[in-house]
Write a protein that binds this ligand. Sequence first.
Ligand code: 6R9
Length: 653
Amino acid sequence: MSIPHKSAAFAPTEEFVSNAHVDAAKYDSMYAASIADPDAFWGEHGKRIDWMKPYTQVKDVNYALGNVSINWYADGTLNVSANCIDRHLATRGDQTAIIWEPDSPTDEALQITYKQLHVSVSKMANVLKGLGVGKGDRVVIYMPMIPEAAYAMLACARIGAIHSIVFAGFSPDALAARVNGSEAKVVITADEAPRGGRNTPLKSNADQALLHTSDKVKCLVVKRTGGQTTWVEGRDYDYNALATEASADCPPEEMNAEDPLFVLYTSGSTGMPKGVVHTTGGYIVYASMTHEITFDYKEGDVFWCTADVGWVTGHSYIVYGPLANGATTLMFEGVPTYPDASRFWQVCEKYKVAQFYTAPTAIRALMAQGDEFVKGTDLSSLKLLGTVGEPINPEAWNWYNEVVGGGNCPIVDTWWQTETGGHLMTPLPGAHAMKPGSAMKPFFGIEPVVLEPATGEIVEGNDVEGVLCIKDSWPGQMRSVWGDHERFEKTYFADYEGYYFTGDGCKRDADGDYWITGRVDDVINVSGHRMGTAEVESALVAHPKVAEAAVVGYPHDIKGQGIYCYITLMNGEVATEELRFELRKWVRTEIGPIASPDLIQWAPGLPKTRSGKIMRRILRKIAENDFGALGDTSTLADPSVVEELIKNRMVIP
Ligand code: 6R9
């Protein structure tokens, strides 16, 4: 999918601009102030959060290799759960904090007030304490999209435990790796996770995972469907029974601004996923501020982010940002196409959603189903639309704008990462005329720099392209890789010294607006999910019949990128359709359904340099069907391998 860099700009309506938190003039002056004096700017905006002990320091950051350290508000203390719940009780205790919409529209939905949230979170916190969880301990959350997932996050924050959510679509192996990686004391799960009318057996996945972890790990099980589960006495605990007994009084722990709030594993270009560490003070300041400003959130708005809490988008924009702002946040258990492709729009109509935030892959999938599914619903409550996760192609943007937004809603194309905690670039809806496919402008405090990939030299001026780095820190930035600070420095600060390296490429157009062009490393983006090609390869070569595997992305109409695998089989193994099927199943079991290969090509040989390195650049071109641009193949050990691969290339369905 190519993204033409057109400059057709869509300006927000005058009415939107006049009511917006930030208009063009305000953006310019605030942005200038944020860059000129970050201490003064963030010192002021840090006050949006309630501190137990106010900070006197603001920014204390060193990007120098060998000494990378990032601190914000380092002498302040606070509690995130108190900021998301307790401080709203006096003014909006009876307001809905969380609307929960179940997978099936005929099941009962829930509206949870701030008062009820306070009770449920306090009880969950006491249940965790009862299991021996304390400040600094890790808790893995492997849950469906149910209110208890949010309770679990906030309960951890309340007692100072560090949560690590593992997306419910991940396999037992992936879960075990993350439980072990974070040395978690407890895994919170549910019996089953209903999605799209099918139930995933979460507890039984957790059972399998726990066979490969320390036998001290406890398992707290929430009832969702009531489906059958096996029970290990002394290891498994029934959440619903314990919560009934638990006290609803749990004072929030006083945390230092730089105490970890959560770890979230994400894919990189090498090795196994790394645990991204976010801390308390800076993260919550940044999540709440971006939620308010980017979405132009106002008191009384119903805000819906369709992500899963297993991803960073769900952390920052379903739970922490909206609740810190006292919003009503919608949590949806299901999928966009169940029972049919009108579900999103039915839900928007049902709850009068004001801001709707989703991924381009969902928009493309729904666009393909036709306009009728949208047109049958009343979307007049919508004020703003947002996208996240991958570049959006102009066709999808235009459809979103016209058919869903009725041409009346600004679209914020928010570029950010697990590592960044919140939005780094996005048009602000009352300030910028949007260009379909452009992330437009940096958020306050963010100084993007475009670098020459090979030399690392700064590319000045407009109408230029290069790798995207960020010059200085912002409060929501990750602080480390869990258990491996050296890996943190190597991954983000070594390639381009003195900058945070994003892993993305970008263009700055003639007007100075930014366009993300995609990853420049071996990370692919499948339906908005980040995947390291190395992860899929290591899963494939773990299969007894596979000798070697190389994985690349290729353009996919709905998913953005699909997973293309080149496989060399062990001597004597026969390439069959059954084996293809088996390998797909294998990867699903090893990692999870999101990593399922789309195309598998049998490759008797892979293009390698004389030193034995696989030349992925060539494999990408073949997968992309772009044989004219194979580039320099002179360093190949055996050029005939390439001819062979081209001849047997898989056809994109
Ligand atoms: C929030 C999230 C991060 C990677 C990022 C980039 C891609 C995210 C984007 C976008 C173009 C956007 N990405 N938002 N590309 N336009 N609006 O998605 O985090 O899962 O860590 O992925 O996703 O390539 O580097 P994460």
